[in-house]
Design a protein around this ligand. Structure first.
Ligand code: SAM
Length: 329
């Protein structure tokens, strides 16, 4: 069986947020004054998430990404990942993390089935990292990345969100990391979403500009295909480099026509589009004791209302300047 939406896209990817809590407060993601968190009772238990996964897999979900908030701050995450890994029908389990707790957890994660790791890192400069994230722990994140690489996590992806005037002068430094390491460095265009939905649109740096900046320094990038890369990134390599450079361009070149994703929020809502707030409450029926057929119906409903494309290019206005002035360059 397969989950097909009303625009004939086959949906096989579920992004599961296991917590809304985070040990960083990145200025463009969650403004510091708005760091409210949900009560624990509002968050789906691992058992509840696994029941939803059990319903979703026979419908065609075969890839799961675990995210947050910061997933590594939730207790019990490692056994939960191991359960997902052992789940028949799930071919791919990945984890998106800010890497703060990675150094101490990398070995356990490896033993729990070696999920694919995406590590978010927006600066290679410790002091700037502190200004962006509110935490003085760049060294910890860096050691976490090195530890994961040493253990043999591959591919190991570093996600960087370039923001004009904040860190866009570091793009070549990030690209340089790929010269002699097998890292995948991916640049993600800043989106006007989340608590900072009013970001000024032009704070986002188009991938074409990033690519031009990298090519000025390293020469023409060569297209890179891995055979397994079904994701949203356009991948390249610097000639002779060991690693890969990816551009994810939700704003300048949206990839909605090939979108295969649904999101499950930490408080039990299915979001048909990762970039919109439209959601279906699946926690209430789950906790009211509904049967699997009702849960299946709600997954199918999410597909019926999955929009053909996101509308991020249409909705913005600007209080991003406020954020930028706090980062201070
Ligand atoms: N805490 C984990 C982490 O840092 O990877 C997982 C959650 S975090 C929200 C996931 C990713 O979303 C991070 O790489 C972050 O940079 C990115 N992100 C947050 N707000 C964004 C925005 N407005 N535009 C683009 N990416 C954003």
């Amino acid at each position: 069986m397969s989950l097909q939406d009303s625009h004939n896209r086959r949906i096989d990817y579920l992004r599961i947020s296991v917590t809304d809590r985070c040990n960083l407060s990145c200025l463009y993601c969650k403004p510091r004054e708005e760091m409210k968190v949900l009560p624990h009772s509002d968050i789906l238990s691992y058992e509840e998430i696994l029941r939803l996964v059990a319903v979703a897999v026979p419908l065609g979900i075969s890839r799961v990404r675990v995210t947050g908030g910061e997933p590594l701050v939730r207790r019990g995450l490692v056994p939960f990942l191991a359960s997902l890994k052992q789940y028949g029908g799930i071919e791919d389990v990945s984890l998106t993390t800010n890497g703060v707790l990675l150094e101490e957890m990398a070995e356990a994660l490896f033993a729990a089935g070696k999920p694919r790791l995406n590590i978010s890192l927006d600066s290679l400069q410790p002091e700037r990292f502190r200004r962006i994230t509110g935490a003085d722990c760049w060294d910890r994140v860096w050691r976490g990345i090195n530890r994961a690489e040493e253990l043999g996590f591959y591919p190991l992806k570093i996600n960087m969100v370039p923001v004009q005037g904040m860190n866009d002068d570091e793009v070549a430094d990030f690209a340089r990391l790929t010269l002699d390491r097998r890292l995948h460095v991916r640049f993600i265009e800043l989106m006007p979403i989340g608590a900072n939905a009013c970001q000024r649109k032009n704070a986002s740096v188009p991938s074409s500009e990033l690519q031009a900046a990298i090519e000025r320094e390293f020469g023409p990038l060569l297209p890179f295909t891995s055979g397994t890369s079904a994701g949203p990134a356009d991948n390249y390599q610097i000639s002779g480099a060991r690693g890969v450079i990816g551009f994810i361009s939700p704003i300048s070149r949206h990839f909605c026509e090939s979108c295969r994703r649904l999101r499950l929020t930490a408080d039990g809502k299915i979001r048909p589009c990762l970039l919109s707030d439209t959601e279906i409450d699946i926690k209430s029926p789950l906790r009211d004791g509904c049967d699997d057929r009702e849960l299946e119906r709600l997954f199918r409903l999410a597909l019926q209302i999955k929009p053909e494309r996101h509308n991020l290019n249409e909705t913005k206005s600007g209080c991003f300047q406020r954020t930028m002035s706090k980062i201070g360059g």
